[in-house]
Write a protein that binds this ligand. Structure first.
Ligand code: S3P
Length: 181
């Protein structure tokens, strides 16, 4: 049985969007990318939104995008890196399977490959330190997810495959539904 909503959470560059797109195709359900929804609502890219209006404006669009996404089921949903640290958003989708795509700070740094233009939450002057600090601050929120996949050594396809296997097993789905508060 496939759950109504599989929510992918985790830090920047953990693969949420790429894995989510693939997983949705594999499971034959809709795919929603919250950052893309934000861009549609705001009429501009996330970086420009941060630049012109700041993080507060971004977070408000992120909330609206989350409310809107609630209408789409069954779906795989890719969230932004800060989404899981917002209890008011988590509470909108209680009956869902949450999967944390975990990645070590050095993996995040490697995957970003020096391109910080699309990651306004990071300090381009000190990317390693800002990744470590932000990840440390958020890790306990990501860990609320009932399921975790350590992505450091895995391809996008392998991560999607692993999640598909987990959600097909009814026991794992029950575990995944337990979003700890
Ligand atoms: C953010 C991560 C970004 C995007 C925005 C804020 C964050 O998404 O939502 O820049 O607070 O970590 P990705 O995790 O897809 O990079």
């Amino acid at each position: 049985m496939i759950p109504d909503r599989i929510v992918l959470v985790g830090f920047m560059a953990s693969g949420k969007s790429s894995v989510g797109r693939l997983l949705a195709v594999r499971l034959g359900v809709s795919f929603v990318d919250i950052d893309s929804e934000v861009e549609e609502l705001a009429g501009c890219g996330v970086s420009q939104l941060f630049r012109d209006h700041g993080e507060v404006a971004f977070r408000e669009f992120e909330r609206q995008a989350t409310v809107r996404a609630a209408e789409t089921i069954p779906a795989v949903i890719a969230t932004g890196g800060g989404w899981m640290s917002r209890p008011e958003l988590r509470s909108l989708w209680p009956d869902s399977v949450y999967v944390w795509l975990a990645a070590r700070p050095e993996t995040v740094l490697r995957r970003l490959g020096g391109d910080y233009d699309l990651r306004p939450m990071l300090d381009p002057e000190a990317p390693g330190r800002s990744i470590r600090d932000l990840l440390a601050a958020r890790e306990s929120d990501y860990a609320r997810a009932g399921l975790v996949v350590h992505t450091d050594e895995l391809s996008i396809a392998a991560v999607a495959e692993r999640i598909a296997d987990m959600v097909r097993e009814e026991n794992s789905v029950e575990i995944g539904r337990e979003l700890s508060e």
